[in-house]
Design a protein. Sequence first.
Lengths: 92, 315
Amino acid sequence: MMWKYIKNILKEFSDGAFKAMVSEKMRGDIYELEDIFMLLCFSELIGIPNPVSYYTIELIPLVAHRLPSWEKRLRDYRDMTNKKLSRYEFCC
Amino acid sequence: MLERLLTKKYIFFGGKGGVGKTTVSAAFSVLFSERYGKNILLVSTDPAHSLSDIFEMEIGSGIKSINGKNLYAMEIDPEEESKKYIKGIIKKFKKAFSPVILDELKRQIEVAYNSPGAEEAAVFDKFVEIVEDYSKEFDMIIFDTAPTGHTLRLLSLPELLGAWIEELVKKRKKIVDAISMLDEKDSQSEQDPILEVLRKRKHKLEVARDILINHDFTSFIFVLTAEKLPVYETQKAKRILESYNIPVDGVVINRLFPKEAGAFFGEKIRLQNIYVQKIKEMFSNKFVLEVPFLPYEVVGFSRLRRLVGLIEKEG
């Protein structure tokens, strides 16, 4: 009983201290990967020639929810650097 | 030489603008369908079509019978094809989106649709579709291609785009794997809709590439006239096609002035002979077919048949 209690506390502690941190970082990484993927697919939308843009049209409906914010992020590059720095929590 | 071509399934006629690609491909289609009784589909991939003019009948983007028997033709319309493609995408997702998102989508699609390369991609897609749909029905599909630049781009698409799409697949796979790791779910990479679309596209490109580089089925024939510009362009184009492993099997030298052309053409014939020699060196172990300059325009069936007679004699 006691053991279980202590184990639970330990688990919660580790989840809070490490796992949340790690998964937060992973989420950030995935977000960034997805932005890069979008760039490889739809660079034509921001004026960079892309040989496969005709074929990635069929992906547009699948990523439609992300497109407007992605375009905005790319256009406002300063915002992107700030965001990157803020992940390390030493920036305002 | 004709026997060698008869074993092929897909024959492409290409070359510089105005050298007679359409005439030669039409003549070969008539030859194979009428003299050898083969079921022939003649396809024009040139956005500026002239098959209709040569057969003196309206052909258009659907399959049309030319002689009422075994010769059919069609002209690929890139604009129509890309419209169909876009409509298909919008229709597929119409139900899933609000009108606001749909408007946004239409804007995005508009940009991509007008990007360079869209037209070639549309023609290319139709080419793959034709090959998939009609290969069983016809003994041979003959392609009357657009002038060299266009066609080189078209034929190099699988190689170029294949690599790009492959990279997209890899990148997407990484994302999907990371997500499934984060959510501690079993690998869901096989169900990701984006990955699915990309893989389907990659497969299509691979099918097309396999056909284009298959030396048993496919043959690329250059058409040219014995003049400096077409000869040099053909030389470059031949090198490029061969670097993509596309089998170049021969050349048709069109509009050769006969010796009896007269004094006025003396110098012309001297130059012509030099170029013919050069062409023969370029295509040393391939077939070279010489077609004379004709005193009439090759338009309409009866005149095409006269040209066919000449080709048969030469080949």
